[in-house]
Design a protein around this ligand. Structure first.
Ligand code: PBG
Length: 329
């Protein structure tokens, strides 16, 4: 039937009708809150390019975790900023590193009330800013896997529920699964950054943790954003190697990839709305060019609609507060 008998606008007439018929909804339980913890900070240091986010001390990070719990957010994703960086990124697997200590502190304080996922990579820890061990000017894949094994053992030993390898080395998921299983950490899950693009949208994050590569770029390990088939192949490889959750990153510019991955695999899909995606909305809203809250929610609903179950987002807390406001209205 067509117009005038068919009138789609009938179902858009009131807020309640629109809410009742929304095909995609967001819940606090969909969100993962990224947190930065610094080995040297004694008080939270604001990150200017990520408004609302800080380089945290253990104490202030625990306060953030309490807020996440109060908002109903089930998971945090931890990034560390070490006191000193070196060529081999050894601070990444220091058992008394900031991520390890915070992980243990969260589990002691909050137990099962909050899931801890740890970013498993080296770019925050290496003096050159690359995601692995160098051989000349290249990142040596298999030498890097050895380092990732040590990081995985250290993070799992600290009590991580989930480790999240983000370095895009070949075989990283398999190597980590093996060391976890061999070390008595069979229950620790892997959330794999499976299709992680070499993206211009990581700029604010790299400022936040000081991980701008000292030379070159990450294109020899992160993916070319032009490639959908390759993204699917990366995802399938990670699942075969034992990934429990697969991730597409960034989210907004790659919604087609999120959608294809969600349609083709039967493990949960996560999508990472990265620092630059937040920065665009924040900066435009600051100038009065966008309605902040509306743009935040539209960006997140779109990622969910594309098929992501978990939304890793710097807006996590704000989004839940916006949703609560909407519900009260
Ligand atoms: C690195 C890592 C990066 C991000 C998460 N893990 C940066 C990179 O690849 O340079 C970026 C996150 C963001 O931009 O929000 N292991």
């Amino acid at each position: 039937m067509s117009y005038p008998a068919s009138r789609p606008r009938r179902l858009r007439r009131s807020p309640l009708l629109r809410r009742a018929l929304a095909e995609t909804t967001l819940a606090a339980s969909d969100f993962v809150l990224p947190l930065f913890v610094s080995e040297t900070a004694t008080a939270p240091v604001p990150i200017s390019s990520l408004p609302g986010h800080h380089q945290h001390s253990i104490q202030s990070a625990l306060d953030e975790c309490q807020q996440a719990i109060d908002l109903g957010i089930p998971m945090v994703l931890l990034f560390g900023i070490p006191a000193a960086k070196d060529e081999r990124g050894t601070a990444a697997w220091a058992d008394d590193g900031a991520v390890q200590r915070l992980t243990t502190a969260i589990k002691e304080r909050f137990g099962d009330r909050l899931l801890v996922a740890t970013d498993l990579c080296m770019c925050e820890y290496t003096s050159h800013g690359h995601c692995g061990i160098l051989s000349g000017r290249e990142v040596d894949n298999d030498a890097t896997l050895d380092a990732y094994r040590q990081i995985a053992a250290s993070q799992a030993g600290a009590g991580a529920d989930i480790v999240a390898p983000s370095g895009m080395m070949d075989g990283q998921v398999g190597a980590i699964r093996e060391v976890l299983d061999g070390g008595g950490f069979g229950e620790v899950a892997i959330m794999a950054y499976s299709a992680k693009m070499a993206s211009a949208f990581y700029g604010p994050f790299r400022d936040a943790v000081g991980s701008v590569p000292a030379f070159g770029d990450r294109r020899a390990y992160q993916m070319d954003g032009a490639n959908l088939d390759e993204a699917l192949r990366e995802v399938r490889l990670d699942i075969v190697e034992g990934a429990d959750i697969v991730m597409v990153k960034p989210a907004g510019p790659y919604l087609d990839i999120v959608a294809r991955v969600a349609a083709e695999v039967d493990v949960p899909v996560a999508a990472y709305q990265v620092s630059g995606e937040m920065a665009m909305i924040k900066a435009a809203a600051e100038r009065g060019w966008l309605d902040h809250d509306a743009a935040v929610m539209e960006s997140l609903v779109s990622i969910r609609r594309a098929g992501a179950k978990l939304l890793i987002s710097y807006f996590a807390k704000e989004a839940v507060r916006i949703m609560q406001g909407l519900r009260e209205a």
